[in-house]
Design a protein around this ligand. Sequence first.
Ligand SMILES: Nc1ncnc2c1ncn2[C@@H]1O[C@H](COP(=O)(O)OP(=O)(O)OP(=O)(O)O)[C@@H](O)[C@H]1O
Length: 302
Amino acid sequence: MLRALLGRWRSSLSLLRPAHVDADRAKIAVAQLGHQYANKVVALQDVSLNVRSGEFVCLLGPSGCGKSTLLYALAGQVKPTGGTVAIDGKTITGPGPERLLMFQEAALFPWLTVRGNITFALGAKGVPRAERRERADAFIRRVQLTGFEDTLPHQLSGGMKMRASLARALAMDPTVLLMDEPFGSLDAQTRIHMQELLQSIWMRTGKTVVFVTHDVHEALMLGTRVVLMAPRPGRVVRDLEVHLPMPRKAEDAGLNEMVRHVRELLRQVEGPGLQEPAPRRPPERTASRPGLPAQGLPRPVR
Ligand SMILES: Nc1ncnc2c1ncn2[C@@H]1O[C@H](COP(=O)(O)OP(=O)(O)OP(=O)(O)O)[C@@H](O)[C@H]1O
């Protein structure tokens, strides 16, 4: 019995392997990235990370380890103080239409319906008026919101708002989707539902996704790769490929064994001196978020 359990544990952990991706084969190539904020906090130090096209990479780590700073540097919203980010071999200098950033807030225009939010975004992208409605409805179907096309955001639940936001993001057709704890404010059940939905959409569309989370289970449920980060200074400490088959189920035994193992790895890399809470963010960072219909639109440079 014990031998069987040990065997199963070993076999699921063998599905977690160090990642090695050459920069010249990468969709996203991050090289020796560093970022120091004006208050001298070193949010990132010497971060190098290569992401293949079509990978689902989860940035995982405790509060303050620089996950969001790295994500915003990929979006071109943070100008790093050192190093480079290249997309398809071209160094980025700011935001671009091939990358789209999604936040925890759904950021829908409150006066527009679900369909209206999407057709507005399609209009901004230059899609002809005649095509917008049909395309919007196709994405509404994809996120399972059929029947809510004419509903205003305040009439939707948190999960439904997030689905509408995801439909709008997909309608913009970026090749890279950058997601900053998008399901962080949802209840546990809705969160699992959203994870399953996102996974099935990712499997069909093959988008490159970089997804920030501090939830180990979420990272292993979704990621083909998990990048473990540690704070002060923010850095990458492990880069692991997850070879668990997809689609994954939240209660899958192999997944949950892996979760326990990665939690232990995180405990080791965090160390005793890192348990103190991270300094609070300055107010301007969050103040601009509520109600900000800002998918893909410039956010303040931090
Ligand atoms: N605008 C800013 N000005 C100064 N320091 C900042 C700013 N934004 C973040 N920081 C600091 O940079 C470090 C990394 O922050 P970041 O938000 O990137 O970490 P994180 O891992 O995403 O944290 P969390 O999980 O809490 O969102 C932290 O110490 C944070 O206090």
